[in-house]
Design a protein around this ligand. Structure first.
Ligand code: DOR
Ligand code: ZN
Length: 421
């Protein structure tokens, strides 16, 4: 592989040059070492490639929604160099056989990837069998406490404890979708003919809050790593803050729970249907506070592609979720430009902390000897979100028409330039 020099860049806050050799960051400094290829970045900033721990790649029997090629293109456009695939597929990633099907499908991927494996009441022996193979490509276990475009959810406390035991034994975090199924059913029964404007009532904040409380108390007992996915309410941020130093607790938020709330449903309709639902402005504010005071550890996109034709159905039939890979980093850089939080904090949230929590070796920082997963950003580049130009197959967005400043210019995966705008 020819050596590549990125020169005159802002790296780790300083103007310097970076040499990539054999997939690795070989040199960082003010010298100009020889290289077969050079890019003069003229003061553009280089940050660690983004790791997105929450991506629904689909493929297999849902390749019409997304496949590993389209998801790769979308990720690269968004400056994302590593993704973790979620297991609620057809067929679901619940055992070695289905993981092997996924592995085969993932071969054309142009990014780094790992798999999250679903843990249910039914698959625990198979799960152990899978984990006994010490798979390098498994990032975490995934536990759903409610249905969300999938049937793989768990309700009983005892089963959750058994899953947490497995998590501890194999030293893999459990990623939890904390909405509680029974609670959703209780609220759902109150609205006989619901519309999108009832989504936040039906999948009530109480259901997320209670689920979060439940799993934190169990993880305190067992001692496993607990990673709470897409936290959406101010109450949960508060609960996590109070419990953070009492157990191995990590908090993920999404760009949409930070930046959007129910008020966008008027124009967005089902494009804004997502689980957990978009909440309120107060929740947005508290999530931002959590980013600043470090209650929040990571940002995941929850990229959840569905067919446009499905999203255009009436509310009860329309699936939840929308694409997020291409919009996340531009939206977040725009927040940095607005001085809502500094770039260093964004880097921690999108790569540094993810590498620590999920034990990704030599990733998440720009240091000599680390993998050259790098994203070049231009903090002055303006953008407008137009879903028709997306690389994902899901060409719609609740952010349609939004404008901002700060965008991705180049994405390098293991030292190879895979995207250039
Ligand atoms: O809105 C969502 N969509 N939330 C989830 O938890 C699942 C996801 C999907 O798979 O479509
Ligand atoms: Zn998800």
């Amino acid at each position: 592989m020819p050596a590549i020099l990125l020169k005159n860049a802002t790296i780790n806050g300083k103007k310097q040059n970076l040499l990539i050799k054999n997939n690795i960051i070989d040199y960082i400094g003010t010298n100009f070492p020889d290289a077969e290829k050079e890019y003069d970045l003229q003061n553009l900033t280089v940050i660690p490639g983004i790791t997105d721990p929450h991506v629904h790649v689909r493929d297999l029997q849902q390749a019409e929604k997304e496949d590993w090629t389209s998801v790769s293109e979308a990720a690269l456009r968004g400056g994302i160099t590593t993704i973790f695939d979620m297991p609620n597929n057809k067929p679901p990633t619940v055992n070695l056989k289905n993981l092997n099907l996924k592995r085969k499908k993932a071969e054309p991927a142009k990014i780094n990837y790992k798999f999250n494996i679903a843990a249910t009441a039914e698959n625990l022996p198979e799960l152990k069998e899978l984990l006994e193979t010490k798979p390098e490509d498994v990032a975490a276990l995934k536990l759903f406490l409610a249905g969300s475009n999938s049937g793989e959810y768990v309700t009983g406390k005892e089963v959750i404890k058994r899953i947490f035991d497995i998590s501890l034994k194999y030293d893999l975090p459990v990623i939890v979708h904390t909405e509680l199924q029974k609670c959703i059913e209780k609220y759902s029964a109150k609205i006989p003919t619901p519309t999108i404007f009832d989504h936040n009532f039906i999948r009530n904040r109480e259901c997320s809050i209670k689920g979060t409380e439940r799993v934190i108390s169990l993880a305190k007992e067992i001692g496993n790593k607990l990673y709470l996915a897409h936290i959406s309410t101010k109450e949960e941020i508060e609960i996590i803050k109070t419990n953070k130093d009492k157990c191995r607790l990590y908090c993920e938020i999404t760009p949409h729970h930070l930046l959007l709330n129910e008020t966008i449903l008027e124009p967005a309709g089902n494009f804004g249907k997502v689980n957990p639902p978009l909440r309120s402005k107060k929740d947005n504010k508290k999530i931002l506070q959590g980013i600043i005071d470090k209650t929040v550890d990571t940002i995941g996109t929850d990229h959840a592609p569905h067919l446009l034709s499905e999203k255009l159905k009436d509310y009860p039939e329309a699936p939840s979720g929308f694409p997020g890979l291409e919009t996340a980093l531009p939206l977040l850089l725009n927040e940095v430009n607005k001085e809502h939080f500094p770039l260093n904090r964004l880097i921690e949230l999108t790569s540094g902390n993810t590498a620590k929590i999920f034990n990704l070796k030599k990733k998440g920082k720009i240091i000599e000897g680390y993998f050259a997963d790098l994203t070049v950003i231009d903090m002055n580049k303006t953008w407008k979100i137009e879903a028709k130009n997306f690389k994902t197959k899901a060409k719609y967005s609740p952010y349609e028409g939004m404008t901002g400043t700060g965008d991705v210019v180049m994405t390098f995966v293991n030292g190879n330039l895979k995207y250039k705008c």
